[in-house]
Design a protein around this ligand. Sequence first.
Ligand SMILES: [Zn+2]
Length: 148
Amino acid sequence: MTTDQEWLRRAIELSRRCPPSRTAFSVGAVIVGADGEVLAEGFSREVDAVNHAEEAALGRLAPGDPRLRTATVYSTLEPCGQRASRPHPCAELIVAAGVPRVVVAWREPALFVEDCRGSALLTAAGVEVVELPELAAEARAVNAHLLG
Ligand SMILES: [Zn+2]
């Protein structure tokens, strides 16, 4: 059985493939089904210039895919709770997809968004949010150029 840590490490590996940006974080995401099968993967700016990792991964699955109802989304960064470039932030996309559990390494620092509400939005919708702070440094390191 692959552990939460191992899946999140895989998401961190994906985040290293993001096209570089000076105005957005590099994030990786893996969606894993209840039986431990990878349903989809994604990383920031994979599909277009403003694409987010969770969005790229969710976009690979049919909206009503029943496996999403028991899946976990592993994301190196807390899913966004607001965004300028799309009508729905990733936290809303995850709720809409019916995913019951999200595991993150790193909470969004107040750099591009004053106060990230992604986790609060997810929790309010009944999604379990698990943070693995032991992997935060690794997830941050991929974004060191943004953080000075
Ligand atoms: Zn997002």
